[in-house]
Design a protein around this ligand. Sequence first.
Ligand SMILES: [Zn+2]
Length: 317
Amino acid sequence: MESFPPAFLAPLNQNYVTVHALSAGSLTLPEHLFMQPSVGGASNTVPSLAFLIQHYDTKTSKLERILFDLGLRKDLKQYPVPLQEYLESRQPLITEPDVSDSLAAGGLKPDDIDYVILSHVHWDHVGMPSDFKSSQFIVGSGSLALLELGRNPLPAESNSYFEADLLPVEMTTELPGVHQVTDAEKRGLFSDVRWKKLGTLPNVIDVFSDGSLYLVDSPGHLDGHLNLLARLGPRKLLYLAGDACHDRRIMRGELEIGMWKNLHGEQCCVHVDKEATLKTIELIARLEKMGVEVVLAHDSEWLNEEGNKKRFWPGKM
Ligand SMILES: [Zn+2]
């Protein structure tokens, strides 16, 4: 095992966050679209995990709550019609409990959530934003352009239908791209939105400017794809990997990312940029070797571990 690099070690006065897993629905992924080699016709019903992050500022006595992803929409009929048709290929789908139900299990309401950060804007991560009337939404660079586009110009079988009106304009912040020159601006919880290097990670944003939570640029799956790195304790770091990887066997190098041909004979991949995804996966796998806990959005291996059941809200990671 590689050792914890100094950049990841916490100073004595370090502040921490608590992270709580939330059930936010399940969907079924045909194996050949995500990994290879795969057995013909095999599919896996996997969770779409969401997370509650709580940050307590000892100086201001302010408690802030963030959701990372919103999972599936409880009422599938609330998705756009083309997406509803596509969802037939993802059955069985489980939409209860949704993220709001899971918050309620620990006595919280959507109104208690200050910020919603979306790892990316695919249907199985965006839930029902209109439930979160008082929350501010944070998305990665390029996400708003995708939403406006409505449909990603990708090959036919893609899951990329986007809703132009998904997020409330006045409550949504899109982060700058990693190469975009930005001044340090005060925007909601970010006192500084400039990307910087942290240990082996080339581009992170220190969310609370106290090293307790970092947004991590994790390119490859979809424009604006974001991960989170959370400090839970002096040598306890948690990395939420979203859809950077769909199966731990790929991260371990046992399987490769799936490629397939569509009806027009075009090569397709579930990631818009496979090469960038491979680099992102390599960085994540390295963190795991250093002792950072990694959880994928669709992590059925993690979910099936008995000990993780108690890490769902109101329990904690
Ligand atoms: Zn997904």
